[in-house]
Design a protein around this ligand. Structure first.
Ligand SMILES: [Zn+2]
Ligand SMILES: [Zn+2]
Length: 350
C-alpha cells in the first residue's frame, strides 16, 4: 500500500478534528500507482453534469415551475392585475424566483471541486498541511490514491474526493463543495425570499377571498386567470380548478417555507464561522475530546465574520449577492487560517 510519510513530524500547530495543522518540511510521494489507470478510473467514476439531472432534480424544477406559475397566473395577475402593487409583486417575485433557479442550476452544473492530478502539498513554501492524528501522516485518500488537501473529503456517492466538501445534497444531485458553495448559499437566500413571498401572496389572496365570500360578494372575486369569475356559469369548472391549484400550492409552500428558512439560518450560521457541515460535526467531537483533556478547540479557518464572508463569497462585497465565481476564493487546495493572520500580525508587530 502506498503511503505518504512526513519526515519532519509536526511539532506545534492547531488542533483540528483530524489532527493538527502544522508546517511540514518534506514529503515522500507515492510512486507505486499507475497514473494512467488512476485517470481512467477517475474518468469512469466521474459523473458529467448532464447525469446530475436525475428524477429528484427534475422534481425540484417542477416544483419551481408549479409555484411560480400558480402565484403569477392565479394570484398576482387576476387579483392585482397591472396595478402598481401588481407590477411590483410580479417583478420582485420573478426576480427572486429567477435568481434562485439560476443558483440552483449552478449548484447542479458546476463541479464542486476535484483534487488536481498533480496535487502535492506545497512543502517548499512551508505551506500548512493538515495531517492525520494517528501516525502524523499527511491526509491521503485510500480510494482515490491521492493526497487530500485540507478540508477535502471523499464522497461515497460521487465516488471521488471533493474540495472543501460540505455535504452531498440529493436535491441537486451533486456535492456542495468549494466550487459551488457560494451558489448553494445564494440559492438558499433567494429561494427563501421567493417562498416567503409566495406564501404571503397566497395567504393574502385566500384571506381576501374568504372575506369577500363572507360578505356574499363572490361574484366580484376573481380566483383564476383574468376573466375567470366565481359563479360565472360556464367558467365554474375552471374556477374550481384554479382554487384547488392554489390550495395545493399553499399546502406545498407552508412546509417548504419552514424547511428552507431553517436551512438558510443554519447555513448562514456555518458560513459566518467558515465551517462546513462536516467540520461542524467534527468540531463537536473535537471540542468534547479537548474539554475532557482540559484544553480547548478552535476552528482554524475562522477569520472573523467579515473575513469568512470574504473567503466564501469573494473579495468584493458588492458581488457577494451575485451568483458568480468570485475572484480571490483560491483553488480550494489552500485556505488561509487564523494562524496565518496571527503570524502576519506578529511579524508586523516585530
Ligand atoms: Zn477520495
Ligand atoms: Zn457527492
Amino acid at each position: 500500500m502506498s503511503s505518504i510519510r512526513q519526515k519532519s513530524p509536526a511539532t506545534k500547530g492547531y488542533s483540528t478534528p483530524e489532527g493538527s495543522l502544522s508546517p511540514s518540511r518534506s514529503l515522500e510521494v507515492p510512486t507505486d500507482g499507475t497514473l494512467a489507470a488512476s485517470q481512467h478510473k477517475q474518468r469512469r467514476e466521474n459523473r458529467s453534469w448532464v447525469q446530475r439531472f436525475n428524477g429528484t432534480v427534475i422534481a425540484v424544477l417542477f416544483i419551481f415551475g408549479f409555484i411560480y406559475s400558480t402565484v403569477t397566473l392565479c394570484v398576482i395577475l387576476p387579483w392585482l392585475s397591472y396595478s402598481v402593487p401588481g407590477v411590483l409583486n410580479l417583478a420582485s417575485f420573478s426576480l427572486e424566483t429567477g435568481t434562485a433557479l439560476w443558483c440552483f442550476l449552478l449548484c447542479v452544473i458546476v463541479d464542486p471541486g476535484r483534487v488536481p492530478d498533480d496535487y502535492q502539498p506545497d512543502l517548499e513554501a512551508n505551506a500548512v498541511v493538515q495531517v492525520k492524528r494517528k501516525g502524523g501522516e499527511v491526509r491521503y485518500c485510500q480510494k482515490c490514491c491521492k493526497p487530500k488537501p485540507p478540508r477535502t473529503h471523499h464522497c461515497k456517492v460521487c465516488k471521488r474526493c471533493v474540495l472543501r466538501m460540505d455535504h452531498h445534497c440529493p436535491w441537486i444531485g451533486n456535492c456542495v463543495g468549494h466550487g459551488n458553495y457560494k451558489s448553494f448559499l445564494l440559492f438558499l437566500i433567494y429561494v427563501s425570499m421567493a417562498i416567503v413571498h409566495a406564501l404571503g401572496l397566497l395567504c393574502a389572496h385566500a384571506l381576501y377571498w374568504l372575506r369577500m365570500h363572507g360578505e356574499n360578494r363572490q361574484h366580484s372575486i376573481r380566483t383564476g386567470p383574468a376573466g375567470t369569475v366565481i359563479g360565472a356559469g360556464h367558467q365554474i369548472h375552471t374556477t374550481v380548478f384554479w382554487a384547488i391549484t392554489q390550495t395545493v400550492c399553499l399546502a406545498f409552500s407552508m412546509p417548504l417555507t419552514i424547511g428552507l428558512t431553517m436551512l438558510l439560518v443554519w447555513n448562514l450560521y456555518l458560513a459566518l464561522q467558515n465551517k462546513t457541515t462536516i467540520e461542524f460535526h467534527e468540531g463537536v467531537t473535537a471540542n468534547m475530546k479537548a474539554s475532557i483533556s482540559g484544553g480547548g478547540y478552535q476552528h482554524p479557518y475562522d477569520l472573523g465574520c467579515c473575513g469568512n464572508l470574504h473567503a466564501i463569497c469573494g473579495g468584493n462585497p458588492l458581488l457577494w449577492l451575485i451568483p458568480n465565481r468570485a475572484a480571490g476564493m483560491g483553488d480550494g487546495t489552500v485556505f488561509p487560517t487564523s494562524w496565518d493572520s496571527l503570524a502576519e500580525h506578529n511579524a508586523f508587530s516585530l
